[in-house]
Write a protein that binds this ligand. Structure first.
Ligand code: GDP
Length: 526
């Protein structure tokens, strides 16, 4: 094997999907701890700060709890290099969250054992379906009163349509939580200390090892009954089905006490796919292709107050990035020399010397890089699968100074290209409507319009509940549809037409009335 295929084979690039408060931040800390990336848990920034009116950018950043260091975390584990991409989840939930999921090869789903499958998880799962991304599941907070494990697996199967193959199984829960039993290893991992803190773990081999019944009591009897059921009627782990995103291996544990996390991480690095080939306008691009290629999935602005720069996050898809190389921006059609790309080793922003497929590098961006841009060593290929997602929140822009309309439009176009928001211009009037999936996106846009473009504006609620990109191969039918729905049709910033539905019912009825029209909830960048 060449050095490149070796590097590809050892990489694992993933993101965590979860509902807020399920334990993503806590689990991330513990994973970094195992990776040796941090000495003590507790250094991953919390995201709990409440949101206030924005007075300045730094305050906004602090409220978001974001920083470049938590956007991408790279750490070594065993013989692997793991890249964990952060999916903003609380107030900072945004289209970036969705797009990050287009840049990973697999995902880790965290479920709160008391709450089960929650709405945000369902939404994020839908995004992973676009690329059939394999999912490993961690059921968290077993140290609290939880729902019965079998019910949770049923819910994952029914609500998310994924078969569940339990890999570990909890012994008791809440105050009686004693540890987990590993079905594949036939081994118990048991607490030796208090459950709300990281404690030592004792292992005992064999489901029926002597002394367990006395030591573990009632939870052990329950475990035996449940394991019997699982072994008789449950789904065994199947690598192929996991890789096809039809089956998820399930681990149980407690992130806060670091229990069950190592078993999770071991399973994860063993099974999760290495960097996968990626569709492009020319052909599928294999990671082992010697020539460099990659695409931009996220642009983050003004993270460093001293530099006010924007960083474009690029996922390497093939070849090797080496410092100082010339990269070809396919959209702009010119070469740029990249001498100071950033890498994301754990907690430092370092200048990267080399990056391989699956790695993320940060490019300094002065307004010439857009979301979805492909970079190569010269070939004109465009990666697909980094779409815009239909927004669910809408605001009408009211400009305070009408003379600033040119700056407003320029600012909005730029912010759109960076993926900060989406802009819709209704065909029947001069309104400007902004769309987002997370409410903080509006604050960011309002702040940046003022700060960077000198435009003062306010946003008003708009009576729109969702948007769909519309198209139809039959010109005549499409025209008829547009004429009949003129008041609800708008153009996005690239000129593509969208239908702005006033309610889910309105959308459903319109779809029914116009069966020949395609209503898409994602749109590829053109
Ligand atoms: P996130 O919103 O998904 O990032 O969740 P956090 O990691 O911030 O966790 C949300 C809350 O749940 C915090 O108060 C954590 O301390 C708590 N938490 C996380 N994991 C566990 C766990 O395993 N057991 C218990 N009891 N609490 C947990």
């Amino acid at each position: 094997m060449s050095a490149l295929s070796d590097e590809v084979a050892r990489r694992r690039t993933f993101a965590i999907i979860s509902h807020p408060d399920a334990g993503k931040t806590t689990l991330t800390e513990k994973l970094l701890l195992f990776g040796g990336a941090i000495q003590l848990a507790g250094t991953v920034k919390g995201k709990k700060a409440s949101r206030h009116a924005t007075s300045d950018w730094m305050a906004l950043e602090q409220q978001r709890g974001i920083s470049v260091t938590t956007s991408v975390m790279q750490f070594p584990y065993r013989e692997r290099i793991v890249n964990l991409l952060d999916t903003p989840g609380h107030e900072d939930f945004s289209e970036d969250t969705y797009r990050t999921l287009t840049a990973v090869d697999s995902a880790l789903m965290v479920i709160d054992a008391a709450k089960g499958v929650e709405p945000r998880t369902i939404k994020l799962m839908e995004v992973t379906r676009l690329r059939d991304t394999p999912i490993v599941t961690f059921v968290n907070k077993l140290d609290r009163e939880s729902r019965p494990s079998l019910d949770l697996l049923d819910e994952i199967e029914n609500v998310l349509g994924l078969s569940c193959a339990p890999i570990t199984w909890p012994v008791g829960m809440g105050r009686d939580f004693k540890g987990v039993y590993h079905l594949l290893e036939d081994r118990f991992y048991l607490y030796t200390g208090p459950k709300d803190r990281v404690s030592d773990i004792e292992t005992v081999d064999g489901l029926h090892a002597p002394g367990l019944a006395e030591r573990l009591g009632r939870p052990y009897q329950t475990l035996l009954e449940e394991i019997e059921l699982v072994q008789m009627a449950g789904t065994p782990f199947d690598m192929e089905q996991y890789r096809q995103a039809k089956l998820t291996p399930v681990f149980f544990g407690s992130a806060i006490s670091n229990f069950g996390v190592r078993e999770l991480l071991n399973g994860f690095v063993d099974w999760a796919p290495p960097p996968q080939p990626r569709e492009s306008s020319v052909r599928p691009i294999k990671p082992s292709d010697e020539r460099f290629s990659g695409f931009v999935f996220k642009i983050q602005a003004n993270m460093d107050p001293k530099h006010r720069d924007r960083i474009a996050f690029l996922r390497v898809c093939s070849g090797v990035y080496t410092r100082g190389m010339n990269l070809h921006s396919v959209r702009v059609g010119s070469n740029v020399r990249i001498s100071n790309a950033l890498t994301f080793m754990a907690s430092d922003r370092d200048v990267v010397e080399q990056a391989y497929p699956g790695d993320i590098i940060g490019l300094h961006n002065h307004g010439t890089i857009s979301i979805g841009d492909s970079f190569t060593e010269g070939e004109d290929l465009v990666f697909s699968g980094i779409p815009n997602f239909a927004p669910e929140l809408f605001r009408r822009v009211v400009l305070r100074d009408p003379l600033k309309s040119k700056q407003l439009n320029k600012g909005l176009d730029q912010l759109c290209e960076e993926g900060a928001t989406q802009v819709y211009r209704p065909v029947s009037n001069n309104d400007i409507v902004l769309g987002a999936v997370g409410v903080l996106q509006f604050d960011v846009v309002q702040y940046r319009l003022k700060d960077e473009y000198g435009v003062d504006c306010v946003f008003e609620p708009a009576a729109i509940s969702t948007a769909r990109w519309v198209s139809c191969p039959d010109e005549k039918k499409f025209r008829e549809f547009r004429e009949k729905n003129e008041l609800r049709i708008a153009a996005d910033h690239q000129g593509a037409l969208v239908y702005l539905a006033s309610s889910p019912v309105n959308l459903a009825m319109t779809q029914e009335r116009f069966p020949d029209i395609a209503f898409d909830d994602t749109r590829e960048h053109s």
